[in-house]
Design a protein around this ligand. Sequence first.
Ligand code: ATP
Ligand code: MG
Length: 745
Amino acid sequence: MTIDLLKDLNPAQRKAAEAISGPILILAGPGSGKTRVITYRIAYLVRTVGVNPHRILAVTFTNKAAREMRERLERLLAGSVKDMTLGTFHAICAGILRRDGEAIGIQREFVIFDADDQEKLLKQAAADANVDPKQYPVGKITAAISSAKSQMTTPEKFRENARNYFDEIVARVYERYEKMLRQNNAVDFDDLLLKTVFLFKRHPEILKRYQERYVHLLVDEFQDTNLVQYELVKLLAGRHRNVAVVGDPDQSIYSWRAADLRNVFNFERDFPDAQIYYLEQNYRSTAKILQVASSVIADNRARKDIKLWTENEPGDPVCLLEAYNEQEEAQMVVREAERLTGSKKYRLSDIAVMYRTNAQSRALEEAFIRYGVPYKLVAGTRFYERREVKDLIAYFRLIHNPADSVSLMRIINVPTRGLGEKSIVEMQAWARGRGLSLFEALEASSTAVDKPPLTARALASFDIFYKLIQGFIEDSRQMPFLEFFDRVLERSGYQAYLKVQPDGEERLENIAELRTVAEPFNGLPPGEALSPFLESVSLVSDLDNLDETEGGVTLITLHQAKGLEFPVVFIVGLEEGVLPHFRSFDDPAQMEEERRLCYVGVTRAKRRLYLLRAFRRSLMGGSTVNEPSRFLEAIPSNLTTEAVSPNEPVQPLIPLQKKLYQYAERPPQAQAAQVSKSAAPGLSRTHVRPSAPAYKTGDQVRHPVFGDGVVISTLPVKDDHEIVVSFKDRGLKKLLLSFAKLEKT
Ligand code: ATP
Ligand code: MG
């Protein structure tokens, strides 16, 4: 007997899920179940049709979305789907290049350069090409090269097409940059896609293998694919042509990353037999929120007419609030978040605050901290951008791929090994003169008779470094991964180096966190863990930092919020110049994209929506008085209210310090701390003797369930201590010391 998997879909969704042969395009508005259809379609293919998961390729916009879809599928199928290819375009291409890149000269051990590495390399390339960075800023050249790559323009092509002097400059840097990437055995993010297309075009026999393998292709968020990604879809689907793409042109918000909405329209041209499905019922939002959304987007002219209706209840009016400045705006958000959660109807994790630019998070964060309301920030640059994390990863990358000179340069003198700038430049020149990579040059100079013109001391230092890395390379092949991890950390001297830094403790914590990332790879045989570990680290894109821990309001940019949903959404900064962003003022196409961005934000809300603006705003240095956003004007007044809660008195906000005082009943009591430092060196944490009243106000602690927190107060009770901790993600908890299993961090 087969179970009707698709019973959780409505008839239109069901049809789209069952139409498994031939190309199909699902065009539908937000919350209509596009992602759900993709997921169920896969389950249906595997379970009902009997397709081997090995033959399915599904593309999501973020790694997080891929993880969620996989978990969902495992539940639906009551089994593992690990043979399925499911991930972002970048992750999928990285896999293909690892397997088959050698055919186009990409060695298996290639590393993926992130934005930071890329910038370093480009600076060097520009300098080598004698480009004056004042006249031609690296940022502009980078953008030009990235855009060329996403349109599949090679350096040679770029040179041919150059129309002005700037293009000539870019062409020069581009050529040099490509050469350097090759020397480093590295690819950048754009390359992952571009080289895969190149591989397929150059080697039809390899393409054929993939084409035969993937009988079914599915792509979510198709409206935000770029030209190269679409090319990949066409290539891979070329044989079986069972390709399902889903998208919403009104939610196309990544044109600045070369996403091209025209792909949606071209799909119909390139697959003339494509069936088109429309899903019109929205399951996510209240009727009022949906009406507000459609009034916002209605002013866009370049649109496909996509209908959207809902059976959901009308819901509360959308709340429009004006604050005096960004601080008051943030306070309004915090106050309302407290009110909503105080009534127990919502949890903090049900709430998201969305904004146009990252810089806007500062004022919000300050308010959340001041009033002691837990939040989590989904920022562009976080963990993996931290210096110590990047340093240590550079060690691993160099060990994995000694040709990676960018990583080598990053750490050759970190910690200091007495190697001055001059000696390093000299060594680089010597390497170039001999056509060697830097690491090969180190090897050669340690054995060769004709040595680079350096002092004996410098030569000795280089030699020590060379032997250090060489030793690590051998270790990496023999040791379990975590043991190897610890060894690199220790023998490189990096751990000792961090310890003496003023903020060393925090930095070591980050390293400990990286070690946690490494843990799952420990199960692999020695020698086989480093590569997948580095792969997983490289592919963490900036869209993926949404941490899954419970509790806390989510602070997130509108761009990052795509595809997500929250019961309560606040959008702040609805002002001319902020949203819409001032850069779109004299570009109608850009203005339409801003409107879509606002539309994406509004349609994330399930039950309650707040649109806030400030009369005066200080942002990134300047202070301005802004008009209310034009997007607000479009909203009919019968859908909105300007009072948060007309029948309730305004709640005063209480700063954290005061709250704690009330909470702890008695003033916090400082305790003489009796902490026994554990003898183990390095990452192991400080442990606490259970019998001693070992905590004092301000101590950083960790709890196995509640996570990290700060001790607010301790109080002797009977034979025990009562201890109040403010946990980062869980708020205040009162614990008994003997039971609490707290650890100092
Ligand atoms: P977006 O354009 O924002 O990505 P979407 O079209 O992908 O939205 P989903 O995220 O798939 O929409 O669905 C929105 C919400 O509606 C989800 O919570 C989903 O579980 C729910 N939903 C979709 N279809 C149904 C259905 N037939 N029955 C019940 N719930 C549904
Ligand atoms: Mg979706």
